[in-house]
Design a protein around this ligand. Sequence first.
Ligand SMILES: Nc1ncnc2c1ncn2[C@@H]1O[C@H](COP(=O)(O)OP(=O)(O)OP(=O)(O)O)[C@@H](O)[C@H]1O
Ligand SMILES: [Mg+2]
Length: 357
Amino acid sequence: MTEPNQHLKNSPSDPNGPSLETHIQMDFDAPSSTASSGAMRSVHVGSQEVVELRRIHRFFGDTKAVDDISFTVQKGHVFGYIGPNGAGKTTSMRIMATLDLPSYGDAYIDGFSVVNDPEFVRSRLGFMPDSFGTYRDVNCMEYLDFFARAYGLLGRDRQKRLSWVMDFTGTTSISQKPIRGLSKGMKQRLCLGRALIHDPSVLILDEPAAGLDPRARIQLRRMIRELADGGKTILISSHILTELAEVCDTVGIIEQGKLLATGSVEDIQDQKDNQHELTLRILARAEEAAIGIERQFGIPVPVVDGDLLRFEFPNDYAKQADLVTWLVSQGFLVAELTTQRKSLEDVFLHVTEGLVQ
Ligand SMILES: Nc1ncnc2c1ncn2[C@@H]1O[C@H](COP(=O)(O)OP(=O)(O)OP(=O)(O)O)[C@@H](O)[C@H]1O
Ligand SMILES: [Mg+2]
């Protein structure tokens, strides 16, 4: 890695952004092409890596909202950004969306730096914030049309895009409805439509499923999958791993500004949790078997439901065979052995500690 090149940057208009004095941008190993102009500013981040965070930090006073986060997302992938309240999800997504600046580090969208090339980034990125802005006196069509014009879409192209977006998000039937009369689910659809209006290659969705009913969540997941299958790269945040497990290719688990684990859900399960839940059915003397296992293997074993023992045991066939061999050698009648992976909720609880700041 090259020596960090420190320089001061202006804060964007956001009042929460770092001040001129406090924003020290470190181009850790960014290629020199970032300093040139126009399309030449694009930084090669690997042909398939459409999103890259490089050592992003964001401090608010003593709070390390984002504390040295790096990851990449490949083209056409859905990346689930999972973490409890206050973990730093919104802060890092706002940086990716060029609404805030990092205290250190940089992020690249389609090869463009959020620090040096925010205009290029905005043209390639659609952002759906966690709360809906207040545009109470316009209808849905006017709302989308406003953003289409803001992105410079003209004439027939704008009409075609509006039709596609409303069709895709299921908002055609409410196009004339005032926004103030929309349900939460419809607002979310409209917000997704707004993020899609300029056909961005990257979508950043901050808790889009919050407050939606189960059917609307399923529909949202289908839309996200369809968009990714069509080539868009999508980051989506949630508190709940299970909510995203189905739709995500990879996930990142964040807590207190730190990325604790990244990879596919299965990878994270394997990395972070090598204990499975093991159930044994012992015919007769189940209590005695439980005490024996605890003494022999040092594992507390509760007896459930008469002849069933259920406990955490290493996900290791050799160890399971040792257990059964020992039980049989002691004269216990082992009628059944089943293992089950821990649920995603359990893995999430295992990875995170429930820390808030
Ligand atoms: N503008 C700000 N000024 C001061 N502190 C802030 C600011 N924005 C965020 N923080 C703090 O940064 C930390 C991360 O907040 P952030 O909103 O990114 O978390 P989150 O993961 O999105 O949480 P949630 O799940 O509740 O939306 C929190 O401790 C929060 O209080
Ligand atoms: Mg948030």
